[in-house]
Design a protein around this ligand. Structure first.
Ligand code: SD4
Length: 332
């Protein structure tokens, strides 16, 4: 019999309503003897996302549980964070660039390799849904800046002030020093990258962010770049990234991880190799975080990061949990 624990105390209405049990811990599962790969049934549906976004995975799970597609699940899931003004790295309430512009980046990719992306999008709270429109209703993949914003209005999205009282206050404070620096796990690391497999076994992914706080105006990170912040290949699996995007772009991180899985690595091994490639190019630099998350076609997941602190949230029929991830560097 599978061990099941039930959620005792959830502040979450969405997750609570679904009353999913909490899974056996990461440790417990890892201590179990390994079974022969092919004898294991595929895990589906399943949804995972970077960091501990319980509400976002609960929403995504709700879509999957009701028979929805992985594409709908990831879009609906990450929209939860885009709408959450307390997440100051995504959507409304995201922190601005150094000139005071709140600019959003997002992308989405489906089971057929179709993808859409928006970069440097202003005044629109749900960039992932604009990215989906780019994918489904234009012959293009990336729309940027004013063009992306204009396109969003044409598709019925509303103009919104993305600043909140909190981010405006923080920005005024920041201007006193005007110093751009990365602070591991603190600076901006609440970007959500989400991967899901639906009941048909089809994989989709989405990634959305306001990017690095107080970046140079015009800067775009890895999150909306297909292959860097997100990549999905329905035959193999998917991967997504969070952290200092410049480093992820340099290794085309998510594409690399999917290709490593294609060559036979597990999601865990592939994420570890992805981080090692980045660190091989950064022998003298340690002061940044990257977290990779991957899923393969069987629904197995893995994650790895540069510094301790990155976790990912996973939701399946067996319940949901925040999975701790091992890191390249250990705690001092
Ligand atoms: C970026 N990768 O713009 C994003 C930032 C991030 O959690 O992941 N923050 O570089």
């Amino acid at each position: 019999m599978k061990r099941r624990k039930f959620l005792k105390n959830s502040s979450l209405t969405a997750a609570g309503a679904l009353s999913a049990p909490v899974m056996a811990s990461y440790q417990e599962r890892n201590n179990q003897p390994k079974k022969i790969e092919d004898s294991k049934p595929d895990i589906r549906p399943i949804t995972v996302c970077t960091w501990n976004f319980e509400n976002a995975t609960a929403k995504s799970w709700e879509v999957l549980k009701n028979g929805g597609s992985s594409l709908d699940a990831v879009e609906q899931g990450v929209r939860v964070e885009e709408a959450d003004v307390t997440n100051e790295t995504v959507g409304k309430g995201g922190r601005p660039d150094r000139d005071g512009n709140v600019t959003l980046d997002a992308c989405i990719m489906d089971k057929d390799g179709n993808c859409g992306s928006v970069v440097y999008l202003q005044n629109i709270a749900h960039p992932v849904s604009v990215a989906r429109k780019v994918m489904e209703e234009t012959p293009h993949i990336i729309l940027a800046g004013r063009g992306a914003e204009q396109f969003a209005y044409e598709k019925g999205f509303e103009k919104e002030d993305l600043f909140t009282e909190s981010t405006r206050k923080q920005y005024e404070e920041w201007k006193k020093s005007s110093k751009y620096e990365t602070i591991i796990n603190i600076e901006n690391h609440d970007t959500i990258g989400m991967l899901a497999i639906d009941k048909n076994g089809d994989i989709a992914g989405a990634c959305t962010t306001s990017g690095m706080a107080y970046k140079v105006a015009g800067r775009v990170g890895d999150s909306p770049i297909i292959g860097a912040g997100l990549f999905v290949d329905n035959e193999v699996g998917g991967a997504t990234a969070t952290g200092v995007g410049e480093e992820v772009i340099r290794t085309v991180g998510s594409f690399l991880i999917v290709e490593l899985m294609r060559q036979g690595k597990s999601p865990q091994e592939a994420c570890e190799e992805g981080v090692k490639r980045i660190m091989a190019k950064n022998k003298d630099r340690k002061d940044f975080q990257i977290g990779f998350l991957a899923i393969n076609k069987k629904g197995e997941t893995g994650g790895y990061c540069v510094h301790p602190g990155f976790t990912y949230r996973q939701y399946t029929e067996d319940g949901h949990e925040n999975v701790p991830v091992s890191s390249f560097y250990q705690k001092k």
